[in-house]
Design a protein around this ligand. Structure first.
Ligand SMILES: C[S@@+](CC[C@H](N)C(=O)[O-])C[C@H]1O[C@@H](n2cnc3c(N)ncnc32)[C@H](O)[C@@H]1O
Length: 260
């Protein structure tokens, strides 16, 4: 008797299960097989997770997708992206690195009526592939979005408050990041991680003051790794207001990894 093809809902449930997330679980291998085969059947053999080719970065290095910290985190559980702008980073994870769409929730702060055509196209493509897409999500108040449960990884690429006005004497970007970290910390599953990518310069370090923000949010473990935009080929960074494009104007970026 042929096996019934699992529904997207069933695959989503499996991805969230302990059997999928804990490699020591007795059904870990069979659950991974079901999920991998489902994606291969639905999107073609090329999308089989374990057969992904290498991705080539702008920096000339050939990097296995799984060696990129953000990609490997996105492969290993439920991921929430906030402040996604035009959704192109999420699109790169899903269509470039073949991260499982059902495990991703991708959000923007803006109302979808006010976003660019590119952003609308990306949102539609992601939604059709199985990504959960929301607008009007304030990263500093994730509790206000009632459908948000908890995630293994919460990502904010290049946070920018879009204002230069100090907020109670603090830089607005520092305030944005620390409030985001505090809110995100409340929405992490066990062993969860928060990931924030920023420009690597003393000027930006002074604006974000990541270590202080982490302490404010009660996050203890903090380290930074280099971020290479070329690892995400279709990622076209969105600017805030009229500011210069961080990816075009700067050479060096860092991804902060924060854990409770
Ligand atoms: C420099 S853009 C980066 C956009 C996108 N992450 C990227 O890498 O292309 C900064 C983003 O932060 C978002 N943002 C600012 N305040 C926010 C908040 N309170 N909650 C969620 N996103 C916010 C803006 O809407 C904007 O899209």
């Amino acid at each position: 008797m042929p096996l019934e093809f699992p529904s997207p809902h069933e695959i989503d449930r499996l991805i969230g299960s302990y059997a999928y997330r804990d490699s020591r679980h007795p059904q870990s291998a069979s659950t991974h097989n079901i999920v991998t085969n489902w994606f291969a059947a639905r999107y073609g053999a090329g999308s089989c997770i374990d057969e992904q080719p290498f991705a080539t970065g702008d920096h000339g290095d050939i990097q296995n997708a799984r060696q990129n910290h953000i990609v490997s985190r996105a492969f290993s559980g439920k991921t929430l992206l906030v402040g996604e702008g035009n959704f192109s980073f999420t699109a790169s994870l899903v269509f470039g690195h073949h991260v499982i769409p059902m495990s991703i929730t991708s959000t923007i702060h803006e109302n979808s009526r006010d976003i660019s055509d590119d952003a609308k196209i990306n949102a539609r493509k992601l939604s059709r592939a199985g990504v959960t897409v929301f607008d009007n999500v304030d990263a500093t108040h994730l509790d206000r979005t009632s459908h948000f449960q908890k995630f293994d990884t919460i990502i904010f690429q290049f946070p920018n408050a879009g204002s230069r006005e100090p907020n109670r004497g603090h830089n607005p970007n520092h305030v944005l990041v620390r409030r985001f970290l505090r809110s995100a910390a409340e929405h992490l599953l066990q062993d969860g991680e928060i990931i924030v990518t920023v420009i690597n310069s003393s000027y930006y370090d002074g604006r974000f003051r990541m270590d202080e923000a982490a302490e404010y949010a009660g996050l203890k473990n903090l380290y930074a790794i280099s971020f290479f935009p070329g690892d995400f080929p279709s990622y076209s960074h969105v600017n805030t207001n009229d500011e210069d494009s961080a990816l075009k104007e700067h050479q060096s970026f860092e991804t902060w990894v924060l854990q409770p």
